[in-house]
Design a protein around this ligand. Sequence first.
Ligand SMILES: Nc1ncnc2c1ncn2[C@@H]1O[C@H](COP(=O)(O)OP(=O)(O)OP(=O)(O)O)[C@@H](O)[C@H]1O
Ligand SMILES: [Mg+2]
Length: 329
Amino acid sequence: MTTTPDAPAIAARGLHKSYGGKHSGKDGGKGPKKVLDGIDLAVPRGTIFSLLGPNGAGKTTVVKILSTLVTADAGDLRVGGHDLAADPQAVRAMIGVTGQFSAVDGLITGEENMLLMADLHHLPRREGRRTAAELLERFDLVEAAKKPASTYSGGMRRRLDIAMTLVGAPRIIFLDEPTTGLDPRSRHSMWGIIRELVSGGVTVFLTTQYLEEADELADRIAVLNDGRIAAEGSADELKRLVPGGHVRLRFTDPAAYRSAAVALREVTRDDEALSLQIPSDGSQRELRSILDWLDSAGVEADELTVHTPDLDDVFFALTGGTDQREDVR
Ligand SMILES: Nc1ncnc2c1ncn2[C@@H]1O[C@H](COP(=O)(O)OP(=O)(O)OP(=O)(O)O)[C@@H](O)[C@H]1O
Ligand SMILES: [Mg+2]
C-alpha cells in the first residue's frame, strides 16, 4: 500500500468497541459494555494530538486499538497510511507505544531494559549499544543505568519507559499518560522531549489527565465522553465553546465605578473591589464596544483585563454527564 504525503498519520472513522458479552458469565450476564460508540479522529503528520476524558472514558482503549494491541469491533482505521485490520504488521513497524502502566522490567538494570528493546527491534549489537547509550544520556539516566530498575523513582521509571519506546525510532508515538506522577520539573522536561520529537517530524498521540499539558502541547484536542467525541479542536477553539469569558474593569475612584456600573448593562458588580465583570468572548469587537460605552459615559477604568475560560472549564462542561455534544471542526 502506498502512502500519500498529506494523508493523516492516524485516522479513525466509526470506531466501535465493546467489552464483554461474547464470554457470557464474565460480566454477570449484563451483556457487552459499550466503550467506544463511533469515534472519528484524524491526526496530521508531525503534530501532537491529545485525547482527554474522565477516568474510564476509553482513552487507553483507543490507544490500545490504534497501536494494534486490541482489535476494534468496527471502524475504518489507518495508522501511518496502513489499514489496521489488513496490515497490523506494517503499522507495528512504524509506531512506538508507552503504556499507562510501565513496560519496564524491574529485575534488570535500565541499560539491560534498553538492550532488550534493541534486540526486539533486531538492531545489530553495536548499533543497539550505541542507541541505548544515546537514549540513556538524553533521558538523564546514565548514572542509574547499571542499577536494577526496581530501585528507580517513579520519574526515572517513566523516563526509562519512554526511552525504551524510542529505541526503534518510531515515526508515530502513542503516549498514554506519559507524565502522570511526575513532579513539575520532570513534567516540563518531558514536554521538551515531546516537542523535540515532533520538531523532527514525529507524530504524537497523547492522553493525559493534566489539561494544562494538553493546552501546552497539543495542536488538536479531543474530549472523549460517554463513548463519543464530545468536542474536538485546538485548545482555543474548545475554550470558546464554554461560557465564562469576561472582561473585568477595575476602578480606584468610587464615583467612576458607580458611573460605569450604571452605564454598562449586564454587569456583575463587586462593590468592595470596585470592579465590574462583563460577559465577553474577548473579541476586538466586544472590547471596542465596552470602551465606547465607557467613553460615552465619560469614565475611565484603571485596569481592564480579559479572562478566557481554561480547559478545566471545558472539561467540566463537556464531561458533566449531560448530553452536550458539539463539534467545532
Ligand atoms: N480488557 C477489558 N475488559 C473489560 N472491560 C475493559 C477492559 N479494558 C477496559 N475496560 C473497560 O473499558 C472502559 C474504558 O477503559 P479505559 O482503560 O480505556 O479508560 P481510560 O479512559 O483510559 O481511563 P483512565 O483515565 O482511568 O486511564 C472502562 O469502563 C473499563 O473498565
Ligand atoms: Mg487509561
